[in-house]
Write a protein that binds this ligand. Structure first.
Ligand code: SAH
Ligand code: SF4
Length: 358
């Protein structure tokens, strides 16, 4: 149904709803079935710090946001969350924070990675800490980090400029270079975009799809834009499309990226669940195969305030995982535990890199 090499116009047409969503999602599920299987992998999400040196206009953690109680978890606090998740069968964890260049932050993350390598065998750690100097990525990789998620946010440089302050910290070129560096230095590399932000067109999203395909990424983590009242967005942009429109756009993006790549891991994100109560199932039915239950301790959760209404389930991780397993079984998908869930695309890419170097 999707031409082998879809053009920008063909993609924009499908994103606008020009085709049948049911056919699109079914085709994406067929690809997932063929390349990975009817499975769902889990990453335990730990939001290790809400401090941030950047000022992205849409984000509730931005540096200039006043009145937000900032925190950084001590490595020992992270250890105990990791150990609890490991006991429940999780074998991959995502450590996320605002972007900080300070060495203390990176040293803390490295300590967690080293602890994990010793204590939690068979675990793959995913990092989402924003842009770092190259030797920062190297240091984290040497400490045991294996996967890095850095959303390009907007592949269009002009949209990127519109939603990021024009200062030395924000550069679209540098963000692209960071992704390229992660890919060639052996990280399992993920990226993604914000979907449905005011002023963004289906043509822009089509460009995002072509960008993700051409970057040869291993993982995708993208989600809808959700309003964040403490940010300047309200002043600079009109209203966003309604939540259901943003949800459906995200589902179409998910299916299309599945069809345009081979064997990559694609997440159904918290933001999708925030806009739609059954967002996770809908994401999985559109070709996603990863979910990220939030394991951040309750005392910090509300303070990791990226956007409003961030979907929170106040239950024990054990019950959350049991409940997710049941929900996914009801749509014909098996929740996989005790397996880090590597994307086949990464193995292929690494073999290809070896062939080229050898
Ligand atoms: N600071 C790091 C990682 C943490 S932020 C970084 O920016 O790369 C994680 C993600 O939250 C960002 O990539 C961004 O796409 C998303 N985010 C921020 N504000 C959001 C909003 N208002 N709606 C939806 N997602 C948002
Ligand atoms: Fe900081 Fe990331 Fe939010 Fe930008 S998106 S303000 S870098 S936490």
């Amino acid at each position: 149904m999707l031409p082998r090499d879809p053009s920008r116009d063909e993609l924009a047409f499908l994103l606008e709803g020009g085709g049948s969503d049911q056919d699109l999602f079914a085709a994406a599920r067929d690809d997932l079935h063929r390349d990975i299987g009817d499975v769902v992998y889990m990453r335990g999400l730990i939001e290790i710090s809400n401090r941030c040196g950047k000022n992205c206009l849409y984000c509730g953690l931005r540096r200039d946001r006043q009145g937000l109680d900032r925190y950084s978890m001590a490595p020992e606090e992270v250890f105990s969350v990791l150990a609890g998740g490991y006991r429940l069968g999780l074998r991959s964890f995502l450590l996320q924070s605002g972007e900080m260049q300070g060495i203390d932050h990176l040293e803390g993350v490295a300590a967690v990675l080293r602890w994990c390598r010793e204590e939690l065998p068979g675990t793959r750690m995913v990092l989402s800490l924003g842009e770092l100097p190259e030797d920062g990525y190297d240091m984290l990789r040497a400490s045991g980090g294996e996967r890095y998620l850095l959303r390009i946010e907007f592949s269009s440089p002009s949209l990127y400029r519109r939603f990021h302050p024009d200062d030395a910290l924000h550069s679209h070129d540098r963000r692209v270079e960071a992704l390229q560096y992660l890919g060639r230095s052996g990280w399992q590399t993920g990226t993604g975009v914000l979907i449905g932000i005011p002023g963004q067109t289906c043509g822009d999203l089509a460009d995002d799809l072509l960008f993700m395909r051409d970057m040869d990424i291993d993982m995708v983590g993208m989600g809808p834009y959700v309003e964040s009242p403490g940010t300047p967005m309200a002043g600079i942009a009109g209203p966003a499309p309604d939540p259901e429109t943003r949800t459906v756009l995200t589902l179409r993006m998910t299916a299309l990226v599945r069809l345009m790549t081979e064997g990559v891991n694609i997440a159904a994100t918290t933001a999708l669940q925030t806009l739609s109560p059954d967002g996770l199932e809908r994401g999985l039915m559109a070709g996603a195969n990863v979910v990220m239950p939030n394991l951040t301790p309750a005392v910090y959760r509300g303070r990791y305030d990226l956007y409003s209404g961030k979907s929170e389930v106040n239950d024990s991780p054990e019950r959350i995982i049991g409940e997710l397993g049941r929900r996914f079984r009801s749509i014909g998908r098996e929740l996989i535990l005790e397996d880090p869930g590597d994307p086949p695309h990464y193995r292929e890419r690494m073999m290809e890199m070896e062939r080229n170097h050898g």
